[in-house]
Design a protein around this ligand. Structure first.
Ligand code: PLP
Length: 439
């Protein structure tokens, strides 16, 4: 598992896009039964599979959900709520199906939903967006991200990614032929510190082959909410090196302790060089609906729409109508959402600390990254395996958020988008853990 993402440069490489990747090892401790590419059983020279798929493995996060089910563990791994979605939007979905909104929507998105997105971009960001020319509705923000990267990247282009990073960005880069260039976010202190990047390191990552930078704020897995000064610095580099910012703002409304979400597109000079990605999954607790979108200047939107059309044709039509209803929920909805997650964060963190984890306090999103040094395990994989199999709690091993697994070997991530009783159940199980000195 540890080697699932594009790694360091191999020696003999054929295409520029491959230069910084090393093939993953065929097996991982948690994915031991995986067939992987099955290369050994196939005749040499004809493996049937694309080389690309050899450069990454299945999602570790989603694998952890399967592990949780296998071992009857409490799933604090994958970021999906175990509580209900708002009744109003479920009703809107039912009504759309009953009203026979059951055929393909316009490929780049149902008009009602695009109008609602444009309206909300105006309300939340103060940005005027043309719903006819600047919005593409996709199958989740996941598809919006890969469609964007496929639409803008050529082989050999570099994409700057802050790490630890949401694991999809690694495979997304490989699939789009781009080379990821990682810039570290580091916690200021080992206990509770905010994650920051080094300005010089970021500047070094930009050069003439840099096509884009991915900015995920509020951030998964760190919970960092990028500050204005940080975004301005990124903006200055984007302008200087003529680079596109692709933002993942899926946790836009999940903010704590008075932090403010700032959309890159609102900064001077960024309107023409930003693709803003968002979706329904997290804001409306409907991760299974698969509705997300990319907002971009017309020329880039045209390219994204072409890729999106041939990849998926469109997102689910009735759920797009329900999306329009969701985006019309009153402001109190969003305040309640953030407050609910603040309460869950504050409910979970003391039990993690009591069990021996050092927690990095998130300012947004719904994850807590933790330091597991106190438990004395060889690495995050063996510890996560022990947690899911013996303690009964599924987490995500930290290494899955880094291109070099060693960087995440002392970390695991907990998701707190769960009912209080689920968090309590996890806390009871984690109380059985013993730190190394007391074992
Ligand atoms: N982006 C980030 C940062 C995420 O954490 C996730 C899901 O966990 C996604 C995107 C996936 O979003 P969607 O369900 O809209 O595809």
């Amino acid at each position: 598992m540890a080697d699932r993402l594009p790694r360091k440069a191999g020696k003999v490489e054929k295409s520029p896009a491959r230069k910084s990747f090393r093939r993953p090892t065929p097996k991982s401790p948690l994915l031991a039964k995986d067939a992987r590419n099955g290369a050994s059983s196939l005749p040499r020279g004809k493996l049937f599979l694309s080389d690309k798929v050899g450069y990454f493995t299945e999602s570790v996060i989603r694998e952890m959900t399967r592990q949780a089910m296998l071992y009857g563990a409490v799933n604090l791994a994958q970021g999906f709520p175990d509580f209900s979605a708002p009744a109003e939007i479920k009703d809107a979905a039912r009504q759309a199906i009953a009203a026979d909104v059951n055929q393909y929507a316009i490929t780049w998105g149902a008009k009602n939903l695009r109008n609602a997105i444009a309206r909300q971009m105006g309300v939340w960001q103060g940005i005027t967006v043309d719903p006819e020319k600047e919005i593409t509705v996709c199958c989740g923000s996941t598809e919006a991200m890969i469609s964007t990267l496929l639409a803008v990247c050529n082989a050999g282009d570099e994409v700057v990614i802050f790490e630890p990073f949401y694991e999809n960005y690694g495979p997304d880069s490989v699939l789009s032929g781009a080379k990821p260039k990682f810039v570290k976010l580091r916690p200021l202190t080992t206990d509770g510190g905010e994650w920051m990047f080094d300005e010089k390191e970021l500047r070094r990552a930009f050069h003439k082959h840099t096509k884009a930078i991915i900015v995920n704020t509020p951030n998964n897995p760190t919970g960092k909410v990028f500050r204005r000064a940080e975004l301005e610095l990124i903006r200055d580099l984007c302008v200087e090196f003529n680079v596109l910012a692709i933002t993942d703002e899926i946790y836009e409304h999940i903010l704590f302790d008075g932090t403010e979400h700032i959309s890159m597109v609102t900064l001077d000079g960024m309107r023409e060089r930003t693709v803003t990605i968002n979706g329904m999954s997290k804001t409306y607790s409907v991760t299974g609906w698969r509705v997300g979108w990319a907002v971009a200047p017309e020329k880039i939107t045209n390219a994204i729409r072409k890729v999106h059309d041939f990849l998926t044709v469109g997102a689910p039509a009735p759920l797009q109508e329900a999306g329009a209803a969701a985006l019309s929920l009153p402001p109190e909805y969003y305040a309640k959402l953030a407050e609910g997650y603040r309460a869950r964060r504050d409910h979970l963190m003391p039990s993690l600390t009591a069990a021996g984890f050092k927690c990095f306090r998130p300012s947004g999103a719904y994850y807590v990254m933790t330091d597991i040094s106190a438990f004395g395990y060889k690495d995050d994989i063996s510890f996560a395996k022990y947690l899911v199999q013996e303690i009964g709690v599924a987490t995500v091993p930290g290494s899955s958020f880094y291109h070099d697994p060693r960087d995440g070997a002392r970390q695991v991530r907990f998701a707190f988008c769960k009912k209080t009783q689920t968090l309590d159940d996890a806390a009871r199980r984690l109380a059985k853990l013993r730190v190394a000195s007391t074992r």
